[in-house]
Design a protein around this ligand. Structure first.
Ligand code: FCA
Length: 332
């Protein structure tokens, strides 16, 4: 056989194999490639989700592509990028839940499977997209736990309702945020905090500077309040409130603030007492590891994950956080 024929003999089976796989499809023995797209890659919560997704990648032997996408254009670009790399699917926490229909349509057009994490897609009708697989927190219940923990600590001190204010940092764009906050305030009211002592501070983004600005406005309006309870959708929202309160001379003796995530307040809890009393630690492992593991089983073996999976939280305070974080694999 001359050199040219030998080359043909080698190339023909390879080309036939690639045709059988279809355009861009994965050869059967190549590792599955999966994407993990998050809205705020700088937030420790999302870094931990990614870290646990990396653990799943090592355990299960797929290839993980992590992409930060802070707006719609970047999200749609990320999906094209993943498709071009031959990814079989992706997990996503979208920067805007109203992008849900566009993301789902693009995933379908690119023949990729999709799991939404943390922030649930909202359809054109304003309702949650129940046909998109989702893993998120039991937001109402976790919010109720925040309300109970705030009240328990207030009762220990003990504080009366007189001159008390509840600072509720709100972010109405997200269902999960509304549910968390409604849970906390409903419990406080059930436990006897008068509705007129509960004040909202709407933040433009769930980030420290935005929460700080929102709470500064609130504090200017209520100079009569002497002691504050604080809740919000996540640690950064509550940390922004605590910083605003400190700016006006309110410290640990006059503030009880409880966050949600438990991952973005570790440095804060390592400081001697501040107004930031504790946080509901969510399971970054479930959100990072379990989502990609479910997606992997779906892409590899056709095992479809449940449509709706919810996770719980554990209260951490300065008294127990080192121990609990160790137990949960979040810190050494
Ligand atoms: C949302 C928040 C995050 C985290 C997550 C579970 O995406 O922005 O901080 O609380 O839900």
């Amino acid at each position: 056989m001359n050199a040219r024929l030998r080359l043909h003999a080698l190339l023909v089976p390879v080309l036939l194999f690639l045709c059988a796989c279809g355009g861009g499809a994965r050869p059967t023995n190549a590792p599955i490639k999966l994407g993990f797209v998050v809205k705020q890659p700088e937030e420790p919560w999302f870094q931990l989700e990614w870290a646990f997704a990396d653990v799943a990648q090592k355990e299960l032997g797929f290839t993980l592509v992590k992409i930060g996408a802070s707006d719609g254009e970047r999200v749609l670009g990320a999906i094209d990028n993943l498709a071009a790399q031959g990814a079989s699917g992706f997990v996503i926490c979208t920067p805007d839940v109203r992008l849900g229909p566009a993301i789902a349509a693009k995933a379908k057009a690119r023949n990729m499977k999709l799991v939404a994490v943390d922030d649930r897609f909202v359809g054109a009708d304003g309702q949650p997209m129940q046909d998109v697989h989702y893993l998120g927190i039991s937001a109402r219940k976790i919010g109720e736990d925040v309300g109970r923990a705030l009240h328990a600590e207030m009762s220990k001190r003990p504080w009366s309702h007189e001159k008390l204010g509840v600072c509720v940092v709100t972010f109405d764009e997200l269902d999960t945020a509304r549910e968390r906050i409604q849970g906390a305030t409903a419990v406080l009211r059930e436990l006897g905090v008068p509705a007129e002592r509960i004040f909202t501070a709407p933040e433009k983004a769930p980030e420290i500077p935005a929460a700080l600005d929102a709470v500064n406005v609130l504090l200017t309006r209520h100079p009569d309040v002497e002691r504050w309870l604080v809740c919000g959708m996540n640690d950064n929202s509550v940390l922004g409130a605590v910083r605003a309160l400190e700016g006006r001379g309110f410290g640990a003796d006059r503030v009880i603030a409880i966050g949600i995530n438990g991952t973005d307040c570790i440095d804060e809890l390592r400081k001697p007492a501040t107004g930031f009393f504790g946080s509901m630690l969510l399971s970054a492992k479930e959100h990072g590891h379990r989502t990609v593991a479910m997606l992997h089983a779906w892409c590899k073996d056709g095992v479809e994950p449940p449509l709706d999976t919810r996770t719980t939280g554990i209260l951490i305070t300065r008294a127990n956080f080192e121990q609990v974080l160790k137990e949960q694999g979040v810190a050494r």
